[in-house]
Design a protein around this ligand. Structure first.
Ligand code: COS
Length: 391
């Protein structure tokens, strides 16, 4: 089995150089060994090193700061990021999120950072030396970002942050945290402001959280956490749009990870159906099993079309593409869940046995319908786009 990431069948969405990106990502995915017994945090560092060594993290930062030449004004190419996540998701959810966090955790700096901020953080991101984190969610503010309570108060040449963030990927291993906090709770989303917090800033503590799949995640508590004013990203009140613009790139890449996981499930399901003999013949000969595989292959291709259309538009159209991006994430993550569920069914008892690839996929896929905007929020975005005549 080989990682399924190729530009061959969707040439219309790609430029010539994308094929090489897909090949390079597939090589990293093919070489990566999944070690479920190793510590998630240690594995994340190891993954970042492997991704940096293969040159893949260069796609997370603009060329001026050492990144790859992708020819986009904002320095990143959604198609490259999505192709890479497709290959990595095929191999291992943790390898995929190690990559994703270098992008998501640095893109607000790329978009809104000063030259000094970019120079301080981006080269380390690309080298895999500084792991990134994107800190938006709070215990009481998930989908409703504007209701966040984490507060930043200006005090001379510092901001003092108080509050809590939860379900933060890379908590405890990140070298930089992009933190969204409000400077004016009464102003709703217009008070939200982005900052960079560093792990040794006084007043920051981190607690690990456990989720259903291997993933370094946790809670951040800010108690009088004072940071210099120079760590603010962009203007006061500009944080909400900065978060949304960042998500317009990375929601598409979540779709890419879902494609990779679904492809792996289809590969595993097909191999099992052809190899497993019951009633004197491979179970593939049972029409119900063949139909599951046919359904999965069709849904996977439909998902690929939506996801790469979104990535292509994001890279080439000079307009907001939130609607198409939301459609891609919604459809790909929901379809991947169904495809993986069918693969588990085809595997029978083996499908729910710890250590089998489809059992791992079954746990890995679930969060993709939740993080970076739930499926329900994607429908909200799509409906808002319809009303506004977008997309
Ligand atoms: N790009 C640029 N601007 C955007 C934007 C985008 N993608 N999305 C929204 N905006 C702007 C709008 O243009 C609007 O600007 P004005 O005030 O100048 O008119 C402003 O932001 C508010 O937009 P909107 O009215 O659409 O926001 P809502 O408060 O109605 O809803 C949702 C926003 C629900 C879509 C948003 O809160 C959301 O995405 N929630 C989910 C958050 C999430 O993904 N959490 C996971 C955390 S990361 S693991």
């Amino acid at each position: 089995m080989k990682p399924g990431s190729s530009v061959d069948d969707l040439g219309v969405f790609f430029e010539g150089w994308h094929a090489e990106v897909a090949t390079r990502a597939a090589a990293v995915a093919g070489d990566w060994a999944v070690d479920l017994d190793a510590d998630d945090r240690a594995r994340t560092h190891e993954a970042a090193q492997a991704l940096a060594a293969a040159g893949l993290l260069a796609y997370c930062v603009p060329q001026r700061f050492g990144g790859a030449a992708v020819g986009r004004p904002d320095g990143v190419d959604a198609r490259a990021l999505t192709l890479i996540r497709e290959a990595l998701g095929w191999a291992d959810g943790l390898l995929d999120t190690a990559f994703a966090m270098q992008g998501l955790g640095s893109h607000p700096i790329t978009l809104a950072g000063s030259e000094a901020q970019k120079a301080r953080y981006l080269p380390g991101v690309m080298a895999g030396a500084r792991l990134g984190a994107f800190c938006l969610t709070e215990p009481e503010a998930g989908s409703d970002v504007a209701s966040m309570r984490c507060r930043a108060r200006r005090d001379g040449d510092r901001y003092v942050i108080d509050g809590e963030k939860a379900w933060i990927s890379n908590a405890g291993v990140a070298g930089q945290y992009v933190v969204f906090a409000t400077v004016d709770p009464a102003a709703g989303r217009r008070g939200i402001t982005a900052f960079v917090v560093e792990p040794d800033d006084p007043g920051l503590t981190v607690e690990p959280m456990e989720v259903i799949a291997p993933h370094p995640i946790g809670r951040l508590r800010f108690a009088g956490c004072a940071i210099p004013v120079e760590r603010r990203l962009g203007a006061e009140g500009a944080g909400f749009k900065l978060a949304m613009r960042t998500l317009d790139v990375f929601r598409t890449t979540v779709g890419g990870a879902a494609l990779g996981m679904a492809r792996r499930a289809l590969d595993e399901g097909l191999a099992r159906a052809l190899g497993r003999v019951q009633f004197g013949e491979p179970i593939f000969e049972q029409q119900q099993i063949a139909a599951y595989l046919a359904e999965s292959a069709t849904e996977l291709d439909a998902a690929r079309l939506l996801v790469f259309r979104a990535a292509h538009l994001r890279d080439t159209a000079d307009r907001r593409v939130s609607t198409e991006v939301a459609m891609g994430k919604l459809f790909a993550t929901e379809a991947a869940q169904r495809i993986i569920d069918r693969a588990v069914q085809i595997h029978g008892g083996l499908g729910v046995t710890r250590g089998s690839a489809v059992e791992r996929l079954y746990r890995e896929i679930r969060a993709l319908r939740i993080y970076e905007g739930t499926s329900e929020i994607q429908r909200v975005v799509i409906a808002a786009g319809l009303k506004a005549g977008r997309g």
